[in-house]
Design a protein around this ligand. Structure first.
Ligand code: NAD
Length: 480
């Protein structure tokens, strides 16, 4: 059985305790590799390695640091088929999606911040004849990056790239549910010659290594992506230690469809927004509100589109809808479908598990599920399900649509589908979300601020927002 290893001080190593946990392939339900269960001793070794590497990495000319990161991005791109296959096996997502989205973005993330570091500048504030202030933006030192399972290498690199580009050393913890591509990534770091100690990757559960990482006094900032309840725990731990935190958390994203939308394109894109990656993207639009005059027409076209999604073995090129990430997550999603029925919801399609024959017969497959007849107050429409489940509801006017969209504790992303320019601008201002897409979904420009409000997070990633997070501003004031 393949054993994943930690990456500490430039080397692949076993956990000090010798303890491993099982890693499952979601499409088959079988254990296929072992994950180090890292603990405090592993963390101390990683911190010592990062401390030893910090000064040289921070002082390295930015062109050189950028060139090394570019080599890493090239190595990811060259390995994109292998990484996509590993991601499909580890996560259950279709291999075509893993190649086009996960592998592609992992390389793009590193390349983007390798470039950004050569373009980064800081402010100066002139006081006329009196003097001048300028801002130094130095690396923080050692930072912790904790990532989730839904877009494993994509979100892992989205954090560590700006941290490294700005001259920090990183201790990263990928999700214990999908550790494989972070492990393959550590091999690429060795291959391209990232200096030892600059990146350290520790595997294991939140309790055994995530918590200690957040608590460690020498780790000065934590960038976290994951669930809102974990985010609150991390915030509570980090607050008395006065650590800088960036929290990218859950969502319950509304999609607003108006009668004047481009109908066919909207149906396709709204289905993509609801069910990409089996609905396991923080940005997925799971509450779909449709202006009443087109409700029935939209419902029929949408359900027909969703029913055509090809469910199957993630390793087959033609598969569009793969397995959910774990048995526990499958049970959670199924329990929400049951809850939706109890709350009076009508299942329009899907509604349960799907049998996939052959090697996948024990896999965690749930059909894309569309539900109608529920109100905004019910738990199905309030709580994040994070799976292939969406609800449809009609609305009668703009004010009602706004109230529905803003009516949960979350505020990550929303999309509006309409050709009325005035309305789109008005809604963009009034929607209480970190990201508003107009006539598109998940169209990404890596320079833009990325993150949510309310229970969806604290702080922003992306572009110079991330570069600012990973640097400490110091004002220098000169009197003439
Ligand atoms: P999770 O919160 O269970 O775990 C995320 C990471 O935190 C994992 O690596 C886990 O091991 C670690 N962790 C768990 N407990 C910890 C603790 N006490 N201290 C430190 N680390 C700990 O989330 P998940 O189930 O892996 O991911 C799904 C969630 O992530 C969903 O809520 C989804 O919306 C959210 N998400 C948000 C974004 C975003 O950008 N806003 C992106 C992707 C996923």
């Amino acid at each position: 059985m393949q054993k994943i290893q930690n990456y500490i001080n430039g080397e692949l190593v076993e956990p000090f305790s010798g303890k491993y946990i099982d890693n499952y392939e979601p499409a088959t339900g079988q254990v296929y590799s072992l994950i180090p269960q890292s603990e405090q001793q592993d963390l101390e070794a990683a911190v010592a390695a990062a401390e030893a590497a910090q000064n040289e990495w921070a002082e390295m000319p930015m062109e050189q640091r950028s060139a090394l990161l570019m080599k890493l991005a090239d190595a990811i791109e060259a390995a994109s088929d292998e990484l996509a296959k590993a991601e499909a096996i580890d996560n259950g997502k279709p291999i075509s999606f893993a190649k086009a989205v996960d592998s592609y973005r992992s390389a793009a993330n590193i390349r983007f911040f390798a470039n950004a570091t050569t373009q980064f500048s800081s402010e100066s504030h002139s006081m006329g004849n009196v003097g001048i202030n300028y801002t130094l933006r130095d690396p923080i030192g050692i930072v912790g990056c904790i990532s989730p399972w839904n877009l494993p290498l994509y979100l892992f690199t989205w954090k560590i790239a700006p941290a490294l580009a700005t001259g920090n050393c990183v201790i990263a913890k990928p999700s214990e549910i999908t550790p494989m591509t972070a492990y393959l990534f550590s091999k690429l770091c060795i291959k391209v010659g990232i200096p030892k100690g600059v990146i350290n990757i520790l595997h294991g559960t939140g309790a055994s290594i995530g918590g200690p990482l957040v608590e460690h006094k020498k780790i000065k900032a934590i960038s976290f992506t994951g669930g809102s309840s974990t985010g609150k725990t991390i915030a509570a731990t980090a607050a008395p230690l006065l650590k800088k935190i960036s929290l990218e958390l859950g969502g319950k994203n509304p999609t607003l469809v108006f009668a004047d939308c481009d109908f066919e394109a909207t149906v396709s894109e709204v289905a993509r927004a609801a069910f990409s990656n089996q609905g396991q993207i923080c940005l997925c639009g799971s509450r779909i509100y449709i202006e009443r005059p087109i409700y029935e027409k939209f419902k029929a076209a949408f359900v027909s589109k969703v029913k055509k999604l090809r469910i199957g073995d993630p390793l087959k090129q033609e598969t569009q809808h793969g397995a959910l990430v774990s048995s526990a997550h499958k049970e959670k999603v199924l329990s929400y479908i049951e809850l939706a029925k109890q709350e009076g919801g009508k299942i329009l399609c899907g509604g349960g598990e799907v049998d996939v024959d052959g090697r996948c017969k024990e896999g965690y497959f749930v059909a894309p599920t569309v539900i109608e007849g529920l109100t905004i107050e019910c738990r199905t429409n309030q709580e994040e399900i994070f799976g292939p489940v969406c609800t449809l509801q009609p609305f009668d006017n703009d004010e009602e649509a706004l109230a529905l969209a803003n009516g949960t504790e979350y505020g990550l992303a929303t999309s509006i589908w309409s050709n009325n320019l005035k309305r789109c601008h008005y809604f963009s201002r009034k929607l209480d979300f970190g990201i508003v897409w107009v006539n598109c979904w998940s169209l990404r420009d890596l320079r833009t601020p990325f993150g949510g409000v309310k229970s969806s997070g604290v702080g922003r990633e992306g572009g110079f927002e991330a570069m600012h997070f990973f640097t400490e501003p110091k004002n220098v004031c000169f009197k003439y």
